[in-house]
Design a protein around this ligand. Structure first.
Ligand SMILES: C[S@@+](CC[C@H](N)C(=O)[O-])C[C@H]1O[C@@H](n2cnc3c(N)ncnc32)[C@H](O)[C@@H]1O
Length: 231
């Protein structure tokens, strides 16, 4: 059982067998075992979250206000560059909404998620529907493209114009964060940033690319390409 407290923290009650998958918890856990076992696990998680481990479900998994202020600054910088915005790990769209609100006209947010984890113990299908509802206005008006995919499949996409900014916030292991940053570097992303710099895997992966230029809360932005060497 993993539990952490704090303004921006989440907890996972039943870790996946392959713990290297980080927040890719729910799909592997939920699709394993008989329906009765899955139901019992969900019931226990639900009861614990509503009693012993109460936390702010509206906030969990997203950013604190000071982190949003910093992200807004980064978006301001990225608005001076060509290309769209990419968010890896959309959850319910809290950050995607803000990226869309702050982006320059003509740009688009590409929000990628495979709906494998959420703090509300929703099924992947429920998670996807809620996120799609939250982002409906933006998708209808072409401000945002929702991509339902494993991020590593999305990374095969080619871009006519490299993204101006990528916000990396899906899986916080060293291996997956390194993979995210490598993709962003190879795709020529202008500003590479992400969340959860309080995870050791994230710190190590970012260090492998020269370290952060700045960290606010747990939002990090990578040093400019000229200042980094790939580990
Ligand atoms: C911490 S939440 C993202 C929070 C979001 N960026 C925000 O600020 O509101 C992590 C998200 O990453 C998604 N995710 C986990 N592994 C993924 C993968 N391999 N590919 C795509 N999405 C993934 C989960 O479904 C979850 O919605």
């Amino acid at each position: 059982m993993i539990f952490s407290s704090g303004e921006n923290a989440c907890f996972l009650l039943i870790p996946p067998r392959d713990s290297s998958k980080g927040t890719g918890l729910s799909r592997s856990a939920d699709t394993r075992g008989s329906p009765m076992i899955r139901l019992c696990k969900r019931a226990v998680k639900y009861m614990l979250r509503r009693t012993l481990f109460r936390h702010d479900l509206a906030h969990c998994g997203s950013l604190a206000n000071c982190e949003y202020d910093f992200l807004r600054e980064l978006v301001g910088r990225a608005n001076q560059l060509p290309g769209d915005f990419v968010e890896i790990g959309t959850l319910f769209g809290s950050t995607a909404q803000r990226l869309a609100a702050w982006k320059a006209p003509g740009k688009k947010v590409i929000a990628v998620d495979q709906f494998s984890w959420n703090p509300w113990v929703l099924s992947p299908a429920e998670h996807e529907r809620i996120t799609a509802n939250n982002l409906y206005y933006l998708t209808t008006h072409n401000h945002l493209e929702m991509v339902k995919a494993d991020k590593n499949d999305f990374y095969r996409r080619s871009f006519a114009v490299p993204p101006a900014l990528a916000f990396l916030d899906a899986v916080h292991t060293y291996e997956e964060t390194r993979r995210d940053i490598l993709w962003a570097r190879q795709a020529g992303v202008g500003i590479i940033c992400g969340h959860d710099y309080d995870h050791p895997g994230v710190v190590r992966a970012v260090a492998g690319f020269g370290g952060p230029e700045q960290v606010v809360g747990s939002v990090w932005v990578l040093q400019a390409r000229s200042a980094q060497k790939v580990a």
